[in-house]
Design a protein around this ligand. Sequence first.
Ligand code: CP
Length: 297
Amino acid sequence: MAFRHLLGIADLSAEDAVRILDTAQSLEGERKAVSLRGKTVVNLFFEASTRTRTSFEIAGKRLSADVINVSSSGSSVTKGETLLDTTRNLDAMHADVVVVRHSSSGAPHFVAKHTRGAVVNAGDGTHEHPTQALLDAYTIRKHKGRIAGLTVAIVGDIAHSHVARSNAHLLNKLGAHVRWCAPATLLPARAAEMGVQICTSLDQALDGADVIMMLRVQRERLVDVLIPSTREYSRTFGLSLKALARAPKDAIVMHPGPMNRGVEIDDAVADGPCSVILEQVETGVLVRMAVLQMVAS
Ligand code: CP
């Protein structure tokens, strides 16, 4: 294996990505393997998370690791302890794997420099969320039988999304055609350098799309000043049944969660027959099992 940490998709080879997907597939149905017995996995979460934190915990436990959860609110971070000191203390306790979620881009790279254990990026600022992209690729491959040659439309608040960036890297490496669709104010400054097709209308993004990935409008990042109104955004870029009818009938609908129902996606779509959103969550456990097993062994 060519990687010790999993800090982003940009540095991961296509071969290693496929190896992770294949390992995840081989772990389907596995409830209590012993591959991480005696290993300690620390989930170090400085930002709120439901899916990522829980699925890393389940993944570690299904491989018999000892899993410890540390969140900023219940830790000495609230007393002013630095990320460096937090990392050094976890290292002193011989954490074999540290899974890091942080609002600052690059925080997992910083942790990786100061610990002997392996580090997995669980989402850092606007940079990357590599295991989300891997679980998305797994879900797409399962439904479509392949990734190469597919058209994947990623729609929403791209500017603030680590998911959009990791997915663009991974889907490009695996041979898909990636579209980013957002109002100009919600596209990152250097979007054109990402090797994606930029779409300024939802119709353009949905035309011929095999996969539609909707992203949350990140209102905690003051997005409200970048769009005329939530209602207007929903009308132009939200996925309703009417909008979905303009995509191919066999298109699948994805969302990394958490969803703003009624903003970027309507209930009828999120809970409808094209949605694979809960399958993404299910798949997340398998992919994280594969990643933990690969970095810890
Ligand atoms: N998809 C995702 O990262 O969800 P959480 O923020 O709940 O972990």
